[in-house]
Design a protein around this ligand. Structure first.
Ligand code: NDP
Ligand code: GDR
Length: 344
């Protein structure tokens, strides 16, 4: 039986990855942070919280001694570092905390592996946000980086440290440059889930208007379950490396709004531009979506579209879920949850 450590099991990817590894027969140690109230709703939704091979460990990524104890007490074959302050918007307000967790935190784990057992295979959750102001279209493993947020800069530091530890100490340390991936387990602060939850609530008469920021941003959105499969494949490869996971399709936030409301049974007509832009429900004439500049970011990543050819040829990975199917999954989950009075 293989043993894996997943940091950040209370997050979207941590929950799906734990489910996948348990299905594959792994013993899984999932780390969670000490908080005033528990945050296990995702592993509960997946029905894995009481799985006999799942062990929850209290851990904070910013603590080197905790990292050393984590690696020595769990004796893992594989470590998936998914923990991060992962919200780009907040990183502008909390740049130092973001640097400590999202950047230096990864190095605590690399150090722990180097000290305790350099044979452990390590996965780092790198991100398309490192491409930021994109230098080529589509983005590949060879595209130059130009991060546009404290989050992107912190992730780029961690990314290079992974490469540096591989080259300096011969660790099996891989970075997955993952483009946006979403699911019904996505946090509501991220734009897709904010939209699918808003569309569900407005169609149920529980909310009047959904306020959003930049509707012109273009993203390459995939399904999180596909992407955690790619993470696992990266650690089964012959050599550690860098891989892009993406869908190679990009759409605007506005397009995702239209699609989500249509899935929830509402047809929208857009009017106005920039800060005055809004969408009207064509059945009632009421404004249901409007721009609020408070959701704009100081610097924006305008366009992301990834080329996953390397992952397909080396790992046999490709996305299996269309944006339409993903949107349907998310809207249906949010309709069900809102009808049941479920608040996550
Ligand atoms: P989430 O924000 O849903 O989850 C982040 C996890 O990190 C949570 O479990 C959180 O715990 C934990 N965490 C935060 N700070 C610490 C800390 N100091 N010590 C230990 N754990 C901590 O992110 P996702 O699941 O969406 O993403 C997983 C990883 O992949 C992240 O590193 C993210 O930056 C990266 N990524 C995500 C992409 C995406 O589209 N989802 C794309 C590319 C990369 P808590 O619940 O207590 O807050
Ligand atoms: P992102 O995701 O920044 O790409 O980072 P997010 O969903 O937050 O934003 C996507 C785009 O939508 C625009 N936007 C809004 N965003 C939010 N959150 N709320 C709004 O109201 C809103 N209106 C418009 C944003 O400006 C942006 O352009 C995610 C995270 O999961 C990172 O951890 C990960 O690394 C990247 O994806 C890849």
């Amino acid at each position: 039986m293989k043993t894996a450590v997943i940091t950040g099991i209370t997050g979207q990817d941590g929950a799906y990855l734990a489910q996948l590894l348990l299905e594959k027969g792994y013993k899984v140690y999932g780390t969670f942070r000490r908080t005033s109230s528990v945050n296990f709703w995702r592993i509960e939704e997946l029905g894995i919280q009481s799985h006999p091979n799942l062990h929850l460990v209290e851990y904070d990524l910013t603590d080197l001694s905790a990292s050393i104890r984590l690696i020595s007490s769990t004796e893992p074959d594989e470590v998936y570092n998914l923990a991060a302050q992962s919200f780009v918007g907040v990183s502008f307000e909390q740049p130092i905390t973001t640097g400590e967790i999202t950047g230096l935190g990864a190095v605590n784990l690399l150090e722990a592996i180097r000290i305790v057992n350099p044979r452990v295979r390590f996965y780092q959750a790198s991100t398309s946000e490192m491409f930021g102001k994109v230098q080529t279209i589509p983005q590949t493993e060879a595209t130059p980086f130009y991060p546009r947020s404290p989050y992107g800069v912190a992730k780029l530091y961690a990314h290079w440290m992974v490469i540096n530890y591989r080259e300096s100490y011969d660790l099996f340390a891989t970075s997955g440059i993952l483009f946006n991936h979403e699911s019904p387990l996505r946090g509501k602060e991220f734009v897709t889930r904010k939209i699918t939850d808003g569309a569900a609530r407005i169609s149920l008469g529980m909310q009047n208007v959904l306020e959003l920021g930049n509707l012109d941003a273009k993203r390459d959105w995939g399904f999180a379950k596909d992407y955690v499969e790619g993470m696992w494949r990266m650690l089964q490869a012959d050599e550690s490396d860098v891989f892009v996971l993406a869908t190679n399709r990009t759409e605007t936030v506005r397009d995702f709004v239209t699609l989500s409301f249509k899935t929830a049974g509402l047809s929208l007509a857009w009017e106005g531009t920039a800060e005055q832009e809004k969408a009207i429900d064509t059945a009632t004439g009421k404004t249901v979506v409007q721009v609020n500049p408070k959701f704009y970011r100081p610097a924006e990543v305008e366009l992301l579209i990834g080329d996953y050819a390397k992952a397909e040829s080396v790992l046999g990975w490709k996305p299996t879920t269309s944006l339409e199917s993903l949107c349907e999954l998310m809207v249906e989950a949010d309709l069900r949850r809102n009808k049941q009075g479920y608040s996550f």
